[in-house]
Every structure is written in structure tokens, then in C-alpha cells.
Design a protein around this ligand. Structure first.
Ligand code: UT7
Length: 331
């Protein structure tokens, strides 16, 4: 094993299911309206997986694009990390389902649970594995089918979430480029403000937990909102400081796409102007672990990121968890 080399993203991809659910569609399901959803969240549409699509299927489609962008094939991959809160099964992991579907069932694979911060956590972990020389090319995917875990009778949560996957190939890159720093944090004492209470060993799924909504996403919206702005701001400043940078050095800021008001508030704290941000929450809703990966891939494909740019990925989610990766873009 060589000693610390630079590691970065070699290619990105994303996939969103074909079916689109609009705010008008939601008006027919719960007591809500387009104006409330747009002004409180910025969301206009979200994608919903087909009945025969599982989380690992979304992963495969995002990964195919990331591999193509990196000019690699699945055979070049030696480790797989899937960040998800909506796995195909409790076990086996979605990463194992994915590597089998990719025809590489000999490589290491694991799921990573950090909710909406999952992609940012996965990039930090994979980069360290590449930097240390442990692996050459690692697939990271943030993927979710939250439409199967939200309570479609709860208007305060079901309007927020969408399905999708964002992938990247992480590998060695030119010295001084790639991941410059990461800051990862969590506060388990606030776990209950954003959770799925039933379905684990603490509270089994019963007819009662299904009927009462405890088997679905529960969120104390305003508490989560305040914590999101506070922690995403702090973790981003901390990661930038570790790289010897500040908000004015940022060329592209990609925050977890949960709510446009949260993204704008964090960007304002960091003094990052509108033209240096990428926002797509209006089209995808909150895709949890997939959101940063989807937004990053769109920004790359639209030519919004060029070699040498300082790219900041920042996220926040259940746990509570938060984290930020700072990259000097290498292609
Ligand atoms: O990815 C993980 C991170 N998650 C987040 O970042 C989400 C953070 N939280 C939020 O984005 C916001 O708190 C929400 C968008 C979820 C809610 O916005 P809010 O401005 O905090 O609204 P609220 O919960 O204070 O509710 C205001 C009113 C309430 O009615 P009353 O009590 O004032 O009469 C709600 O019942 O809006 C009502 N309401 C709705 N009305 C129409 C709640 N949901 C809806 C709805 N349509 N869908």
C-alpha cells in the first residue's frame, strides 16, 4: 500500500424514475395546495419509483452513467458503498444487491446509514480508502425510494420527498486535486425529531404501528429546519477551514436539497452568491441520501463545474447527522 495520495471523483451519474408527481397531483391525495408547497419548500415536482423498481435498480442506472463518465467499466471497481435509508431489504445490503447486478459479486460492498448526509459521508469514507492505497476505484451511490416510507396521509411530510439515485466513481487523481477536506458530525440526542419509529428491533412493525403512522417518516419540521441551517452552516465553515479556505473561495456550493429556504439561508451565512449554487429541489423534492449526488451530476453535465473549481458538498439529515466535503475539481 502506498502512503496518502490524492483521491477525487472521476465521474458522476444520476437516475430519477420516470413517473412525476406534481403539487397538483398531491392536492388530490391530501389537504394541501401548490402555493403552500412552493412557498414553504420550493418544491414543484418529485419523481416516484415504479412498483417493479427497487432501490438497487435505481443505483444500477445511476452507476452506469457514472462509469461511462469515468471511462471505466464495472470490472474496474473494487469496492461499493451505498448510502440509503430505504434499502431493498434490512439484509442483505443494497450494496450487495448492486454489486451482484453489476456482475462484480467478488468485491467488497456495504451500506452506509447517515440519512440525508449519506452521500457526503460515503465520499469522505471512499476517499480515505483510495488515499490510503487500500482500493483503486470505489463506487459510491446515494439512493432512496422514500415514497415507500412516507405516510401518504400526513401532509406535512408526504409532499416533501422524492425517489432517485446519485452515483460517483472515486479514484486516485492529480496531487493537490480531489477531496481537500471533510467534516462529519452527528447528534444522536436529537434522533427523535426526524425518524421512522417502528420497523427496527426497538419497535416491531405491527398493524397498530402501520395504522398509527409509526412505521413511516415522522418529522418535527420546524425543529429540523432550525437544526439544518445551524449545522449545515457550521460543518461547511469547519470543512472549508480545514482546507484553508472560506466562503469567498467557493466556486460551486451544493447543499442537501431538502427545502429551498434552508439552502438559501445556509448560502447567505456562508456569503456564497446565487450564481455559485446549484439548486434542483424544485424538480426532485427531498431525495435524502441521493440529493447531493443528483445535484452534483446535473451541475457537472451542465458545465457548471470546471477543473480547479472549489466544489463544496454539504448535507444534513436524520440522526441527526451532518457533513461537508470540499473538493478541488479534478476534471
Ligand atoms: O432531509 C432532512 C431534512 N428535512 C428538512 O430539512 C425539513 C425541514 N423542515 C421544513 O422544511 C419545514 O418545517 C416544512 C416545509 C416541513 C414545514 O414548513 P413550516 O413553515 O415549518 O410549516 P409548519 O410545520 O409550521 O406548519 C404551518 C401550517 C400548519 O397549520 P397551522 O397549525 O398554522 O394551522 C400546518 O398544519 O401549515 C400547515 N401545513 C400544511 N398546509 C398545507 C403543514 N403541511 C401542509 C401542507 N399543505 N402540505
Amino acid at each position: 500500500m502506498s502512503i496518502l495520495r490524492s483521491a477525487g471523483i472521476l465521474g458522476t451519474g444520476h437516475y430519477a424514475p420516470e413517473k412525476i408527481l406534481t403539487n397538483e397531483d398531491l392536492e388530490k391525495i391530501v389537504d394541501t395546495n401548490d402555493e403552500w408547497i412552493r412557498t414553504r419548500t420550493g418544491i414543484e415536482t418529485r419523481h416516484i419509483a415504479a412498483d417493479d423498481e427497487n432501490t438497487s435498480d435505481l443505483c444500477v442506472k445511476a452507476v452506469e452513467k457514472a462509469l461511462e463518465a469515468a471511462h471505466l467499466t464495472a470490472q474496474d471497481i473494487d469496492f461499493v458503498i451505498v448510502a440509503t435509508t430505504s434499502p431493498d431489504y434490512i439484509v442483505p445490503s443494497t450494496a450487495c444487491m448492486l454489486q451482484n447486478k453489476l456482475g462484480i459479486s467478488h468485491v467488497g460492498a456495504m451500506d452506509l446509514t447517515a440519512a440525508c448526509s449519506g452521500y457526503v459521508y460515503a465520499l469522505a469514507v471512499a476517499s480515505q480508502m483510495v488515499k490510503s492505497g487500500m482500493y483503486e476505484h470505489i463506487l459510491i451511490v446515494g439512493a432512496e425510494i422514500l415514497s415507500r416510507l412516507v405516510n401518504w396521509k400526513d401532509r406535512s411530510t408526504c409532499i416533501l420527498f422524492g425517489d432517485g439515485a446519485g452515483a460517483a466513481v472515486v479514484g486516485p487523481t492529480d496531487e493537490g486535486y480531489g477531496l481537500l477536506s471533510s467534516d462529519l458530525g452527528a447528534d444522536g440526542s436529537l434522533g427523535s425529531i426526524l425518524s421512522i419509529p417502528a420497523g427496527g428491533t426497538a419497535e416491531r412493525i405491527t398493524q397498530e404501528s402501520i395504522d398509527s403512522g409509526r412505521a413511516y417518516v415522522h418529522m418535527e419540521g420546524q425543529e429540523v429546519f432550525k437544526a439544518a441551517v445551524r449545522h449545515m452552516g457550521k460543518t461547511t465553515v469547519a470543512a472549508l477551514e480545514k482546507a484553508g479556505l472560506s466562503g469567498k473561495d467557493v466556486d460551486m456550493f451544493i447543499a442537501h436539497q431538502a427545502n429551498d429556504r434552508i439552502i438559501q439561508a445556509v448560502a447567505k451565512r456562508l456569503k456564497v452568491p446565487e450564481d455559485k449554487m446549484y439548486v434542483n429541489v424544485n424538480r426532485y423534492g427531498n431525495t435524502s441520501a441521493a440529493s447531493v449526488g443528483i445535484a452534483l451530476d446535473e451541475a457537472v453535465r451542465k458545465g457548471r463545474i470546471k477543473r480547479g473549481d472549489i466544489v463544496v458538498l454539504s448535507a444534513f439529515g436524520s440522526g441527526l447527522t451532518w457533513g461537508c466535503d470540499v473538493l478541488k475539481w479534478n476534471y
